[in-house]
Design a protein around this ligand. Structure first.
Ligand code: ZN
Length: 225
């Protein structure tokens, strides 16, 4: 605890004299703000220009609406990689702040709580935090909505979806989530993820939340692929 506090106090001083490397371009950045990504790299992230279009337009989803802040790009992929595998949770928090500022008030103001797409407990143990929870934290700070913790769990390790085709992604996550009725019943939920591709994972989460009694689920993602 004391060590953590000392680290927090010392970090800005250390960063001034020995600027850390940007997680995207790898250069040392003196203007290091709260996130280990330099401003010029952050500015290359492309804004999502698809309005509220669903991840796959002709598919029906259990969630009612979808918004993403960024479009997947090579630079953004590096940022997500650093967030997931290099223990840089502040990247997720900043994504959450930007997401909160980006989505319109009518999108979230009548929602009751934020829920992050969960990791399976074995992955959680390896990574020590859930990247979607870090994005949820930033979104909560920016909107004032509280986070419902442990409202949903991944009861099956579904592995990575990246090598699977569209149809396999849907069947791979089927029945992978279980939501807690005591936490979600009667609530309108803002479901948060880092990257949404086909929407199969978020859709399965939304199904579990609705099954447990949630009234509505809307999805917000840092990026769409
Ligand atoms: Zn950079």
């Amino acid at each position: 605890m004391i060590l953590e506090r000392l680290k927090a106090i010392a970090a800005p001083i250390l960063n001034f004299f020995i600027p850390p490397f940007c997680a995207v371009c790898g250069k040392r950045d003196k203007g290091w703000p709260s996130t280990p990504i330099c401003d010029s790299c952050w500015s290359t992230f492309l804004s999502d220009d698809m309005g509220g279009r669903m991840p796959v337009p002709d598919r029906s989803y259990s969630f009612s609406r979808f918004r993403a802040r960024f479009l997947m790009s090579e630079e953004f992929q590096k940022a997500v990689h650093a967030l997931k595998y290099k223990k840089m949770p502040s990247i997720g928090r900043k994504m959450g702040w930007e997401l909160g500022a980006f989505i319109s008030i009518d999108y979230w103001s009548n929602m009751d709580a934020i829920v992050a797409v969960p990791l399976h407990h074995t992955r959680m143990r390896d990574r020590s935090y859930n990247q979607a929870e870090m994005i949820a934290l930033g979104l909560s700070e920016s909107t004032g909505l509280f986070i419902l913790k442990k409202a949903i769990k991944r009861i099956r390790d579904t592995g990575t979806q990246t090598s699977l085709d569209k149809q396999m992604r849907y069947s791979n996550v089927e029945g992978a989530f279980l939501a807690d009725p005591a936490k979600v019943k009667g609530k309108r939920i803002l479901l948060v993820d880092d990257v949404v591709t086909t929407g199969s994972t978020t859709d399965e989460c939304a199904k579990a939340l609705l099954k447990a009694g949630a009234l509505e689920v809307r999805v917000v993602s840092a990026a769409r692929a």
